[in-house]
Design a protein around this ligand. Structure first.
Ligand code: PBG
Length: 333
């Protein structure tokens, strides 16, 4: 008699659990980020992200081919450049022959049917580590919104000329999507998509990334919380950010970080009719990696669980440093 409804009937056997599962994770859901460095045949480990390396362009091309064979549909590129190329105005960001532009050309010349996504933001190229141009007005240091956008437009155009498929502004300046769309279109690049980091929180989880690209902020007067979103803000602010980007012409949106922001992903994906991605950031990767290395959790199982949770929240795809590892795990299942 008691109880009539027994939930455990759903869980009794492996085939029943499989039959009733309705969140899937496939290699095509995953985007693999890469850190690129100068040189050839170079691969250097990143201390805070075991298993992730900074690699030179020749190795990168091989990795992209491998990612494609694994069923991954897009990769994302981040540069780690020499300190002497960094400047206050981030001039190297819009040098049409910079490391990332050369990487894009090399990938496009040697691969087929895999998308290349490039971050648009100045932090890998500024000597102070900020995503934009730092100005001092009335003794107060600030990242100047409008002059930063002018540089971002030039950076996006340089990437478009190199053959990028998707530009992904991660800078959080106001109005940058509209200005970037206009600039790309005016130069004949209406075919380049914009994936906007719409709601990017001023998170504590970007540390390993900043270590990887050498963009730790050195300017004392201003911090990233003046442009990245406050994680105590309500969902309404996330809606507002996303709506603005849609109105300004974004093709796709991104929420970042992912695992601690499932509520935001869920609200946004159920209210906006536009593809929404999520970024499992460097600190999320590091937490899973170091905890599994210490024997506290199992790497493969915990990784899959973290990604399935992000898909279940509604993300159409996920940026994760473990994308190729996951694709291999999925293919052997
Ligand atoms: C640059 C950028 C950052 C990340 C992606 N693009 C760092 C930052 O904003 O300081 C973080 C990604 C990660 O932690 O994995 N604007």
């Amino acid at each position: 008699m008691f109880p009539t409804v027994r939930m455990r009937r759903y869980r009794k056997t492996g085939w029943m659990r499989d039959l009733l599962s309705d969140t899937t994770l496939l290699p095509k859901d995953l985007i693999q980020p890469f850190f690129v460095i100068e040189g050839s045949d170079k691969s250097e480990p990143i201390d805070m992200m075991p298993g992730v390396n900074r690699i030179s362009i020749d190795i990168l091309v091989d990795k992209v081919l491998e990612a494609s064979r694994l069923g991954i549909k897009a990769i994302a590129l981040f540069p780690s450049i020499d300190a002497d190329l960094k400047s206050h105005e981030a001039k190297e960001a819009y040098n049409e022959d910079n490391l990332i532009c050369r990487a894009v050309r090399a990938i496009k010349a040697n691969t087929q049917d895999i998308g290349v996504i490039c971050d648009v933001a100045l932090d890998p190229y500024t000597d102070h580590g900020h995503d934009g141009i730092v100005k001092t007005l009335d003794m107060v240091e600030d990242v100047d919104n409008d002059s930063t956008i002018a540089k971002l437009q030039m950076q996006a155009l340089a990437l478009a000329k190199a053959g990028v498929d998707i530009v992904a502004p991660s800078d959080m300046m106001d109005g940058r999507i509209m200005m970037m769309r206009k600039h790309l279109d005016a130069h004949g690049f209406e075919g380049v998509s914009i994936l906007s980091y719409s709601m990017k929180y001023a998170s504590n989880l970007y540390g390993p990334f900043r270590n990887a690209v050498g963009s730790r902020v050195s300017s004392v007067g201003v911090n990233k919380a003046t442009y990245q979103a406050d994680f105590r803000s309500s969902i309404n602010q996330a809606f507002q950010e996303c709506k603005l980007d849609v109105m300004e012409g974004a093709d796709m949106l991104m929420i970042k970080p992912a695992g601690m922001y499932l509520d935001i992903i869920s609200h946004i994906t159920s209210s906006e009719n536009i593809p929404v991605f999520a970024y499992q950031v460097s600190g999320e990767y590091a937490m899973l990696k170091f905890a599994s290395q210490a024997g506290a959790i199992k790497w493969e199982e915990s990784l899959l669980e973290s990604l399935i949770a992000i898909k279940r929240a509604g993300a159409i795809g996920i940026f994760t440093y473990a994308a190729m590892d996951v694709a291999m795990i999925l293919l052997k299942q």
